[in-house]
Design a protein around this ligand. Structure first.
Ligand SMILES: Cc1ncc(COP(=O)(O)O)c(C=O)c1O
Length: 501
């Protein structure tokens, strides 16, 4: 036995780590437990009698009796008429199976984790040209503070409890009313589920509607958050190419890879800015109906249409469309609010009500109540109007700067949202370029980093203007142009000043 569990140490002598090894009884228990868990004492094997083991280990018989009793109490061993036997445990090693080598289990873990390929830190998101960050310095803080104070005055202490798992009814109603009017969404408050940003809404769609192994289509290039949600649900991701009319589903895709879930950003494809044509919207809806698939419509920045009429939602195009409309206040308010929502089709809302009660916990009630008031009182609409004007001006400034510096500039993106995409000559490594830009305090994204599949000529820069003042755009783009010249091997232009924050 001593070869299996090793000799016990003198309880009074400190070990190599300076720690005392513990009493003989404690050591004996630990050694036996380890040997059982590692399979060195396999299930069913008979342990030596207490007298024999005591002699072999040089301890009192009572020490062994107490150790066996302890092991029996926690289920490592069973005492029967023949003596003390090792129990059958669920640990593979203890079952006598060969343990997976440490490296192999690390690979299984790393494979899942390896699907996530973030390249930026949070701090970078405050730099100019970050796509998706709104103008935080233009947020109406005092109106927001008043709304928060109002909900504290009126709703405490009740609002300290969990609340409705689907979110505060007042906020769900306010969102539904706003979406009906501003985005043409067909819904009422009972279909709205409040989530922790759009990301939780995407995760929720996966949990409600799919099983592991189901196929999910994602725009390519496309939103990495959608890919992350689908990876978490162990879905098989099929990239669908994007052209100037948005998601372009290949003719045989429905037959070859019938999806359960389709992610699309029709109002302003992320990151190319394409608007999904009505013909394609109707075809997607009809095909999804025919095949029992669901569409996720991510309307992340559709509120910021700079010219003409807003492009209404796909969800509202036809009655009872198989569309889950996802929205977020990350762009329209501020990202740290972490409030988003999903509008469920009526049938799903009814069928999943009980599941949602179990899956969600409510919370963030004061913020939700303040937001409900902010929306219902018209403050939100006024803020959106101001931001639309601001972003229109910033987009114009960015277009002008790009046209000047990169003529003939290949600019993708409609008159919507908070970013434009500049395509670059195929030989330019856009990821290396954004690394150089980051060193200069600018944070555009590499277009190629949104690609799911390697395709020819997907390199470029996704350039945010939401968080960058119009007058700083020209110098920042001048700096980028200098970096592009360098990458081309051309002589550097006169570096423009003032790009740094
Ligand atoms: C395409 C897209 N959808 C949704 C979101 C919003 O995500 P969240 O509400 O989780 O902040 C973003 C933010 O960057 C986005 O780019």
């Amino acid at each position: 036995m001593i070869e299996i569990i090793g000799p016990l140490a003198d309880p009074s002598a400190p070990g190599g780590d300076g720690e005392k090894p513990g009493s003989l009884q404690k050591q004996l228990i630990e050694r036996l437990q380890q040997a059982i868990l590692a399979g060195r004492l396999p299930a069913g094997s008979l342990l030596p009698s207490s007298r024999l083991l005591a002699t072999e280990m040089g301890v009192s018989r009572n020490t062994v009796v107490i150790a066996y009793e302890h092991l029996a109490a926690v289920g490592y061993v069973l005492a029967d008429r023949q003596g003390t036997r090792v129990s059958a445990l669920s640990s593979p090693a203890a079952r006598g199976e060969r343990a997976a080598p440490a490296a192999a289990s690390a690979v299984a873990y790393a494979e899942r984790v390896g699907q996530f390929t973030a390249t930026r830190t949070h701090a970078d998101n405050t730099f100019p040209l970050t796509p998706g960050t709104p103008a935080l310095d233009h947020f109406p803080l005092s109106a927001w503070r008043r709304a928060l104070e109002r909900s504290m005055e009126r709703c405490l202490p009740l609002a300290l409890g969990y609340g409705d798992p689907a979110g505060e009814p007042a906020l769900r109603e306010a969102i539904a009313a706003h979406l009906r009017m501003a985005r043409g969404v067909r819904c009422d408050g009972s279909q709205v589920v409040i989530t922790e940003g759009a990301q939780e809404a995407l995760n929720l769609c996966v949990r409600l509607l799919t099983n592991p192994g189901d196929i999910a289509w994602v725009e390519d290039p496309g939103y990495r958050g959608a890919k992350a949600a689908f990876n978490q649900g162990d879905l098989k991701i099929r990239p669908v190419p994007v052209d100037p009319e948005g998601m372009a589903v290949p003719a045989d895709a429905w037959r070859k890879h019938p999806p359960k879930l389709i992610y699309t950003s029709p109002a302003h494809q992320y990151p190319t800015g394409a608007v999904l044509s009505v013909a394609r919207r109707l075809a997607l809806i009809a095909d999804a109906r025919r095949h029992g698939a669901w569409l996720i419509e991510d309307d992340y920045d559709g509120e910021f249409r700079h010219t003409g009429e807003p492009i209404a939602s796909m969800q509202g195009l036809v009655e009872d469309a198989p569309v889950l409309y996802v929205g977020s206040f990350s762009k329209t308010m501020f990202p740290a609010l972490r409030i988003g929502f999903v509008v469920l089709p009526r049938g799903i809302a009814t069928h999943t009500a009980v599941a949602l009660q179990e899956m969600l916990r409510g919370g963030h009630r004061l913020e939700q109540l303040a937001l409900a008031h902010f929306v219902a009182s018209g403050e939100f609409g006024r803020h959106l109007g101001r931001m639309r004007r601001l972003y229109r001006e910033r987009q114009q400034a960015l277009r002008e700067a790009l046209t000047l510096q990169f003529a003939p500039a290949d600019i993708l993106g409609g008159d919507c949202g908070m970013h434009l995409t500049l395509r670059l000559p195929a030989q330019i490594d856009d990821r290396a370029l954004v690394d150089r830009a980051l060193e200069k305090g600018l944070n555009p994204r590499a277009l190629s980093s949104f690609a799911l599949e390697p395709r020819a000529h997907t390199n470029g820069l996704v350039i945010g203007y939401g968080n960058t003042a119009a007058e700083r755009l020209a110098p920042a783009i001048g700096l980028l142009a200098g970096l592009v010249d360098k990458a081309h091997g051309k002589p550097t232009r006169k570096a423009a000043s003032g790009a740094r924050r």
